[in-house]
Design a protein around this ligand. Structure first.
Ligand code: NAD
Ligand code: TYD
Length: 356
C-alpha cells in the first residue's frame, strides 16, 4: 500500500513523513515543489529508504499528478502543500492564489479522475485528506467560545482566504462528485524543522544570534499552540477513522499571548544557553509596527476529535516548547542551511521600516 503526500518537505509535511515511515510499513510518495519553505535536509535521514520516494514538482502540474497516481496507485492523498506564511501573503498574495487555490483545484481534479476508475473496493477505501488551518475562521473576541467545526468562515488575510477557498473546493468535491474527503483545521504548530520566519523559531534563532526579537504591535495577540508531532498523530487518526466528508478541528488547548511565548522562549534559553553577559534574552525583545489586519485571537475547540476519534495531544505547551528549544540548540547546522539568500532577502523586506 502507498500514500501520496504533497508538501512533504515543509515543516508539518516533513514531520508527518518522518513519523509515518517510523510507524507504518507503507511507502510514501512525497510530491513537493521545493519552494523556499521546502527543505530536503529535513528528510536526510530517509536517504536510501525505499519506502520514501521524493518527487520534485507542483500540485498544479496535472500531468505529473496524473502520472504519479497512475504509477503508484495510492490508497490516500494527504495535501499539505501550500504557501503558509501570513506576512508573505501580505507582501505578495499571487503565489497563495496559485498554489492554495489553483493547485488544490488541479490536484482535486486529477484525484477525482483517478478515484473514479478504481475498483469498487479500492474506491471505497480511498481518502483525500486536506490539511487546513484555524485561520479560515477569522479572529475571535476575547470572551468568545473557541472555534468549533461549524464556526462560520471569516478569513482576514490573503493566506487564510486562499486556504478557505481550498477548503470549500474540497468540500464541494465530496458533495458534488462523492470524492471521499476529510478536512482538518489546526491551530498554530511549533516544533522541530520549523522555518525561522514563523514566531517561535524566529525568536530562538534571533535570540541566539544576538538580534532583536520583533514582537508585532502590543504582543497581546493570542494563538493556540500545538506541538507538530501531535498534529501529525491527529492527521493519522483522522485518516484512519474520520467520517468521510467531515471536518475535524485540531488543537492543544494552549491559548497564549505572543509576548508570553517570546518570554518563555527567552527563559528557556536563559536556562539552556545563557547569554555571555549573564543578562536575560528578554533584553532583546523589541516591539515593532503591527502586521496589517492582524487577527487578535485564535482558539480551537478540539472536542469533536477527542470525543469521536479518541485523539488527545501527547505534549503540554511546557514539554513541547522545551523539546523545541532543545532541538534548535542541537541542530544549528540545519538552521544555518535554511538561512539562505532568499531568507535574508525576506527578513530585509518584512522587517525594514518596522523599527527593530
Ligand atoms: P510550509 O510552508 O513549511 O511547507 C509547505 C511545503 O509545501 C513546502 O515544502 C513547499 O515547498 C511545498 N509547496 C508549496 N507550494 C507547492 C506546490 N505548488 N506544489 C507542491 N509543493 C508545494 O508549511 P507548513 O507549516 O508545513 O504547513 C503545511 C500545511 O499545514 C499547509 O497547508 C498549512 O496551511 C497547514 N497548516 C499549517 C499550520 C502551521 O502552524 N504551520 C497550522 C495549521 C495548518
Ligand atoms: P506566525 O508564526 O507568523 O503565525 P500566524 O500568523 O499564522 O499565526 O505568527 C504567530 C504570531 O506571532 C502572530 O500573531 C504574529 C506574531 N509575530 C510577531 O509578533 N513577530 C514576528 O516576527 C512574527 C513572525 C510573528
Amino acid at each position: 500500500m502507498t500514500i501520496l503526500v504533497t508538501g512533504g518537505a515543509g515543516f508539518i509535511g516533513a514531520n508527518f513523513v518522518l513519523d509515518w515511515v517510523d510507524v507504518h510499513e507503507e511507502t510514501v510518495i512525497n510530491l513537493d515543489k521545493l519552494t523556499y519553505a521546502g527543505n530536503l535536509d529535513t528528510l536526510s535521514s530517509l536517504q536510501g529508504n525505499t519506502r520514501h520516494v521524493f518527487v520534485r514538482g507542483d500540485i498544479a502540474d496535472s500531468q505529473l499528478v496524473k502520472q504519479l497516481l497512475t504509477e503508484h496507485q495510492p490508497r490516500a492523498v494527504i495535501n499539505f502543500a501550500a504557501e503558509s506564511h501570513v506576512d508573505r501573503s501580505i507582501h505578495g498574495p499571487e503565489d497563495f492564489i496559485q498554489t492554495n487555490i489553483v493547485g488544490t483545484f488541479r490536484l482535486l481534479e486529477e484525484v477525482r479522475a483517478y478515484w473514479k476508475d478504481l475498483s469498487p473496493e479500492a474506491k471505497q477505501g480511498f481518502r483525500f485528506l486536506h490539511v487546513s488551518t484555524d485561520e479560515v475562521y477569522g479572529s475571535l473576541a476575547p470572551d468568545a467560545a473557541a472555534f468549533t467545526e461549524t464556526h462560520r468562515y471569516e478569513p482576514n488575510s490573503p493566506y487564510s482566504a486562499s486556504k478557505a477557498a481550498s477548503d470549500h473546493l474540497v468540500r464541494s468535491y465530496h458533495h458534488t462528485y462523492g470524492l471521499p474527503v476529510l478536512t482538518t483545521n489546526c491551530s498554530n504548530n511549533y516544533g522541530p524543522y520549523h522555518f525561522p520566519e514563523k514566531l517561535i523559531p524566529l525568536m530562538i534563532v534571533n535570540a541566539l544570534a544576538g538580534k532583536a526579537l520583533p514582537v508585532y504591535g502590543d504582543g497581546q495577540q493570542i494563538r493556540d499552540w500545538l506541538y507538530v508531532k501531535d498534529h501529525c498523530s491527529a492527521i493519522r487518526r483522522v485518516l484512519e477513522a474520520g467520517q468521510v466528508g467531515e471536518v475535524y478541528n485540531v488543537g492543544g488547548w494552549n491559548e497564549k499571548p505572543n509576548i508570553e511565548i517570546v518570554q518563555r522562549v527567552c527563559a528557556l534559553l536563559d536556562e539552556l544557553s545563557p547569554r555571555a553577559d549573564g543578562t536575560s534574552y528578554n533584553e532583546q525583545i523589541s516591539f515593532v509596527t503591527d502586521r496589517p489586519g492582524h487577527d487578535r485571537r485564535y482558539a480551537i475547540d478540539a472536542r469533536r476529535l477527542e470525543r469521536e476519534l479518541g485523539w488527545k495531544p501527547a505534549e503540554t505547551f511546557e514539554t513541547g516548547i522545551r523539546k523545541t528549544v532543545q532541538w534548535y540548540l542541537a541542530n544549528q547546522p540545519w538552521v544555518e542551511n535554511v538561512q539562505s539568500g532568499n531568507y535574508r532577502d525576506w527578513v530585509e523586506k518584512n522587517y525594514s521600516g518596522r523599527a527593530v
